[in-house]
Design a protein around this ligand. Sequence first.
Ligand SMILES: Nc1nc2c(ncn2[C@@H]2O[C@H](COP(=O)(O)OP(=O)(O)OP(=O)(O)O)[C@@H](O)[C@H]2O)c(=O)[nH]1
Ligand SMILES: [Mg+2]
Length: 295
Amino acid sequence: MTFADKIKAFFAGNKALGDAEMEALTDLLVEGDFGAVEAYRIAETLDARCKKEKCADSEGAKAVLAAILRETLAKAGTAKTLPPTVAEPASLSVILLLGVNGVGKTTTAAKLCAYYAAYRPVLAAADTFRAGAIDQLKRHGERLGVRVVAHKSGGDPAAVVFDSLKAAAADGSRLVIADTAGRMHTRKALVEELKKIDRVVENAGNAGCFKYLALDATTGRNAVAQAEVFHEAVRLDGVILTKTDSTAKGGVLFSLAGQIALPAAFLCNGEQYENLSVFDPERFVDGFLGITGSR
Ligand SMILES: Nc1nc2c(ncn2[C@@H]2O[C@H](COP(=O)(O)OP(=O)(O)OP(=O)(O)O)[C@@H](O)[C@H]2O)c(=O)[nH]1
Ligand SMILES: [Mg+2]
């Protein structure tokens, strides 16, 4: 039984929701990657609100839960995103993709190039740490017809971003999308490197800098701790949840919103360039509760 089926089964029939059911729902939310703290908070809020509103059946409770989940996402606000069409007069923007190794940063950088094609983006190969990372990005650049600015493997990632900004400005491009390394010798080294890249971008006097954490939906409950490290280092603008086409449940987005006020910006649901969509909280909650079926 998939997670969505379990949620559906839980709310099916017109049964009353007593203490035992609330406990089962909390377990279900924990299973859905909410993390214990957020699962308990949401189940308690649901219980209190159902009592207050005298809604005793599961259909009513589901509607109340949907409202609570929407409010949880709303608390984090809307992630800052560039519109897909270029506003005039256009200035240069930068998207930094951050995240631990293997979450899908490079693939997402390529997807964003396709999504923001109107900006004539330039890719910055700022993952100089992992062998093969530069070539991987170059292959995407070739397929997409996008310029890739790269230095040698082992070079300074902040310098790559700096050169990409110059190249973009010279080319009349409106957007630099920077792929970064997910791993360094130590976590401290990673944070220092990200801060250095961040300073280059902030000092470049660009109109907009968008710092997104790519997060693998299958990471589960560990995601909040992971996000906190990056959020403290560079103050993230949002999360891009990748691999939502997997068996992941997505509850992690509620924990990120509820616990560290970090909103989602995009969802990725596959390996193709078109498998990227702007995050839509209404649709996400409906999908999560099986109200319309898909996310
Ligand atoms: N199913 C699925 N796979 C994805 C998605 N996004 C990325 N992948 C796959 O995940 C794997 C890792 O993707 P990368 O883009 O290389 O990840 P990365 O974060 O750049 O990895 P490092 O550079 O090693 O830190 C690849 O096999 C991708 O094809 C997605 O939305 N869905
Ligand atoms: Mg990569």
